[in-house]
Design a binder for this molecule. Structure first.
Ligand code: PEP
Ligand code: MG
Length: 569
């Protein structure tokens, strides 16, 4: 038995063989070949295999994500079958070098050529060529590339990191859990794991070195413990724990149709966070009172180009209709930070979390932003839409975004399109500057939603992705609690309701404090809604309020946690 730890970010127990998702070593030697015909036949065989593989991937991607999203694989097939490329590689083989070296030289030449073009579309072809060359090289070297979509038996994924797009490809039917080397509680892989309700552990530092492909792994997503080569006794113990966890989940289902009220009948709203329109079903299945955060950037990922107005309209309409009039907060595009969009071709930055992202990018590239605003406004007539702008640092940004939304609304009305009259416009409070002047924002916004995932990283200057500084990532730090209090009080004093859509909203230690501070809406991973409802039902806001001064005067996060556990839970 080998045991190691990480940060448990999605509850539950997974027991299955490991699937190591590591980039294989594709290094090769350049050498002279005596028989060019044989070498060309080897190239052809590799091309045939790559083609067959791409066709399968395209078919699966079409089934799972739709035609548009699978288009990237059609582009790859075109590159693979491009006669110009093939002739150039064969020419090099005829000149006496091996297929791997010929492929590398030709693809590098084409990539450089496309990358230097002015035309954006052509530039994007460079990425396609790089992908195809990578796949072809693996085939020549007879090395299998990891491919999440081909997994067809129960596994636990072991990886350096799971990018948002990789996580979105996970098939919940077979992927029982995952363990990564890097990441923290609020990295997007962690958030998605909770949405998918898959046990997950991140930030283990070296899981990929500790676990061999195919060996049995136990993942305890609640405690962050990973066990490999378990003994029979451990297997039995964890199977039992798994059953107990499922029974607890079952017991929580009693709260599905219950209102979200405390012991005295004080009502709050318990909403779900979603990343794709399909996730709304999980929110409904967990009895969510609404959607408190739709992270629309996921609509832009896993594809080779921007989603059209029509595609976005359909996604927003679907969510609004499924929520049947319940509040649905849709956040406008929050790309950047750890959420990359390869086709946007943004230059890499020294500090992406402090850089060109979210509302900054949208206000700078208004043509991109307008498409989303049009789709949102058109969808507004199908439900209870609230629009929220991310990463607002200054009032000017909020005013500009709001003005643009209203201009786009006027344009749509002039075109004869229908737009709802009751759309609330709000913002995320996730930058300390916004939290400090929340009173000024509250005079101009309809609602404020506190994004603690970013607010904590900016307030404590601790990268939310970096496990080396995860000890500083402290939701209960007195500075965070005081900022949260300031935002709630400022919102209420100026006629705004105040929500929280960062992970802190679903945290059982934070919940009593947030309830006492008067938070109106708690938006969390769907899997946390029922535990939160059960917890709140036992609490009394009125009694908790007597502890607010004491909690806010505590000096450290550890003191706060101890106080809450001793007195408020
Ligand atoms: C946040 O920052 O708290 C938030 C909800 O947004 P995201 O996690 O998508 O950055
Ligand atoms: Mg954020």
């Amino acid at each position: 038995m080998v045991k190691f730890n990480g940060i448990g970010v999605s509850n539950g127990i997974a027991i299955a063989p490991a699937y190591r998702l590591v980039e294989p070593d594709l290094s090769f030697e350049k050498f002279e070949v005596a028989n060019a015909e044989e070498e060309k036949a080897r190239l052809q065989a590799a091309m045939d295999l790559a083609k067959a593989e791409l066709e399968v991937i395209r078919e699966r991607a079409t089934e799972k994500f739709g035609e548009e999203n699978a288009a990237i694989f059609s582009a790859h097939l075109l590159v693979l079958q491009d006669p110009e490329m093939k002739t150039a590689i064969e020419g090099k083989i005829d000149a006496g070098i091996n297929a791997e070296a010929a492929l590398d030289e030709v693809s590098t030449m084409f990539i450089t050529m496309f990358e230097s073009m002015d035309n954006e579309y052509m530039k994007e072809r460079a990425a396609d060529i790089r992908d195809v060359a990578h796949r072809l090289l693996a085939k020549l070297l007879k090395i299998d590339l990891p491919d999440l979509t081909t997994i067809n038996e129960n596994v636990v994924i072991i990886a350096e990191d799971l990018t948002p797009s990789m996580t979105a490809q996970l098939n919940k039917e077979f992927v029982q859990g995952f363990v990564t080397n890097i990441g923290g509680r609020t990295s997007h892989s962690a958030i998605l794991a909770r949405t998918l309700e898959i046990p997950a552990i991140v930030g283990t530092k070296n899981a990929t070195e500790q676990v061999a492909h195919g060996e049995m792994v136990i993942v305890d997503g609640s405690t962050g413990v990973v066990i490999t080569q378990p003994t029979e006794a451990e297997m039995a113990d964890y199977h039992e724990q798994q059953q107990r966890f499922e029974q607890q989940q079952q017991a929580l289902r009693a709260f599905i149709a219950e209102p979200s009220v405390d012991a005295d009948g004080h009502h709050v709203e318990l909403a779900g966070n979603i990343g794709q329109s399909e996730d709304v079903e999980v929110v409904v299945a967990n009895g969510g009172d609404g959607v408190g955060l739709f992270r629309t950037e996921f609509l832009y990922m896993d594809r080779s180009d921007f989603p059209t107005e029509e595609e976005q309209f359909v996604a927003y309409k679907t969510v609004l209709e499924k929520m049947e009039g319940k509040p649905t907060v849709v956040r406008t595009l929050d790309i950047g930070g750890d959420k990359e969009l390869p086709y946007l071709k943004l230059p890499s930055e020294m500090n992406p979390f402090l850089g060109y992202r979210a509302i900054r990018l949208c206000l700078d590239d208004q043509s991109l932003f307008r498409v989303q605003l049009r789709a949102l406004l058109r969808a507004s007539v199908y439900g209870n839409l609230k629009v929220m702008f991310p990463m607002i640092a200054t009032l000017d940004e909020f005013r500009e975004a709001k003005a643009l939304l209203l201009t786009v609304k006027e344009e749509l009305l002039a075109e004869g399109k229908e737009v709802s009259d009751h759309i609330e416009i709000g913002m995320m409070v996730e930058i300390p500057s916004a939290a400090i002047i929340a009173d000024l924002f509250a005079k101009e916004a309809d609602f404020l939603s506190i994004g603690t995932n970013d607010l904590i990283q900016y307030t404590l200057a601790a990268d939310r992705m970096n496990e080396k500084v995860s000890y500083l990532y402290q939701p209960y730090h007195p500075a965070i609690l005081r900022l949260v209090k300031n935002v709630i009080d400022a919102g209420h004093a100026n006629g705004c309701w105040v929500g929280m859509c960062g992970e802190m909203a679903g945290d059982e230690v934070a919940i009593p404090i947030l309830l006492a501070l008067g938070l109106d809406e708690f938006s969390m991973s769907a899997s946390s809604i029922l535990p939160a409802r059960a917890q709140i039902a036992k609490l009394s806001k009125q009694q908790l309020q007597q502890h607010v001064d004491a909690v806010l005067s505590l000096a450290t996060a550890t003191d706060v946690e101890a106080y809450v556990k001793a007195n408020l839970m």
